[in-house]
Write a protein that binds this ligand. Structure first.
Ligand SMILES: [Zn+2]
Length: 439
């Protein structure tokens, strides 16, 4: 029984998420123009302190705040579980949105705002569950370490990587972790939903191409132009389709999907099967090959001067174990005259879809949704899991959300009118509560 003084976590999660959405934590990738996570971290600290949980805030730079707290378990001999969520969000232009991105508006059964699914929703779920436990005397079996991080949207250098580098003691005993992006549903039909649990994520291989040529006057005959050489290399990369490489995760995902859909999936031709997956086709499609997308170009300073150098940035993502092979393929594509410089290189992650923790995730989903079919999948992007895995922690994406069948979920990430269904948020709290109690 709960009294009126003790709100239900499924109600409280909406208020907590709303409050967090109203705190602008825009991360531009530049400390001078980023809003900083300090206010959000202080809000979380206050909400934890209210129920008797002490938290530490660690700043990596002024305003770039990370919060860590530990909830002691009842079985101290067991390994600890890390539960992590980032507090920063990508920028949002109010002119493009139907509601103000930092107003936390509730409309049509959704809570709207930048960060509603990436990932203040999960931050709020974790807070709602922990606050409820503290008020009602529930304790988890194992230590649960909470980390609310800065800077995930710009590579985590001021966030998870900073914590892993400088405060590894905070994660003592943690062997497994949950965070974004997984645990969300994909409707097969009215009765059945796949829940995609992230067991792998691609590597980040951001590189800069440097072309050099002979500077000169734009009016002359000139056969050694850096801009031309760079443009040719960029076009070759941009148009290249890297070969399909099947990983254990994608193979397991397709096998499960084939089972649930009752179709035979030809492992030699995964693209045909993936194309049938509708809104998640673009997530899964990027996990069967390395990718390389040109994103920035820079050259020249005057219309009639041929510059001596030109640069381009390429956003490459490598499959597990494929980073070196991707580098070899890129060198072949750009040719000997263009230099390649890595500006970010973080390895891909991959773990197996088995063990106690996976069983607990699956059981919690099935208990709250009898039509749940948990499946492993690979994320094409990168998350804070990259940093925490450096500490030897086995990381999963599990931020449970039940979604309406017609919602283009992947399109909402960093998208306009980002929003989370209220009932999905409440479903997430119930699943997370069940999972965290039992794991
Ligand atoms: Zn995120």
């Amino acid at each position: 029984m709960t009294t009126s003084a003790s709100p239900q976590p499924t109600d409280e999660v909406v208020d907590l998420c709303r409050d967090l959405l109203r705190i602008d934590t825009t991360n531009t990738g530049d400390n001078d123009t980023s809003a900083g996570e300090r206010r959000a971290a202080e809000y979380v600290a206050e909400k934890l302190a209210e129920v008797g949980v002490d938290a530490e805030i660690h700043e990596s730079a002024p305003g770039r705040a990370n919060l860590v707290a530990r909830i002691p378990g009842t079985e101290p001999g067991r390994d600890a579980l890390l539960v992590h969520g980032h507090l920063d969000v990508v920028p949002a232009d109010p002119d493009e949105w139907s509601v103000h991105p930092f107003s936390g508006e509730i409309r049509d059964g959704y809570l709207w705002g930048r960060g509603a699914i990436d990932m203040k929703d999960f931050d709020a779920m974790v807070l709602a569950v922990v606050r409820d436990w503290q008020r009602t005397g529930v304790r988890p079996r194992r230590d649960v370490v909470l980390a609310f991080t800065a800077d995930e949207e710009a590579g985590s250098d001021y966030g998870a990587h900073f914590l892993a580098r400088n405060h590894r003691g905070l994660f003592d005993g943690c062997t497994e972790a949950i965070g974004e992006v997984g645990g969300f549903s994909y409707s097969v039909d009215d009765a059945r939903r796949l829940y995609l649990i992230e067991t792998a994520e691609k590597g980040i291989d951001w590189l800069r191409l440097h072309a050099r040529g002979r500077p000169g006057h734009g009016s002359m005959v000139h056969d050694d132009n850096a801009v031309t050489a760079l443009a040719e290399a960029v076009a070759r990369i941009g148009r290249h389709r890297f070969p399909v490489v099947m990983t254990d995760t994608v193979r397991a995902f397709l096998a499960e999907v084939g089972d649930v859909l009752g179709i035979e999936i030809d492992p030699e031709d995964p693209e045909t099967a993936i194309a049938k997956l509708g809104p998640i086709a673009n997530i899964i499609g990027a996990t069967i090959r390395n990718t390389a997308n040109p994103t920035r170009l820079a050259a020249g300073y005057k219309d009639n001067v041929i510059p001596g150098r030109a640069t381009a940035t390429i956003d490459c993502r490598s499959l597990p174990g494929q980073s070196e092979e991707l580098e070899r393929q890129l060198r072949e594509l750009v040719g000997p005259d263009i230099a390649i410089e890595y500006v970010q290189r973080q390895p891909a992650l991959e773990t197996t879809f088995d063990g106690d923790l996976v069983e607990q995730m699956s059981a919690a989903l099935r208990a709250e949704d009898p039509g749940a079919h948990p499946v492993p999948y690979m994320l094409s992007g990168g998350t804070d899991a990259k940093a925490f895995s450096q500490l030897g922690i086995r990381c999963f994406g599990f931020a449970p959300l039940r979604l309406p069948a017609d919602l283009n979920f992947s399109g909402l990430f960093h998208g306009i009118d980002e929003r989370v269904p209220l009932d999905g948020l409440q479903f997430g709290v119930r699943v997370l509560d069940r999972f965290l109690r039992n794991c």
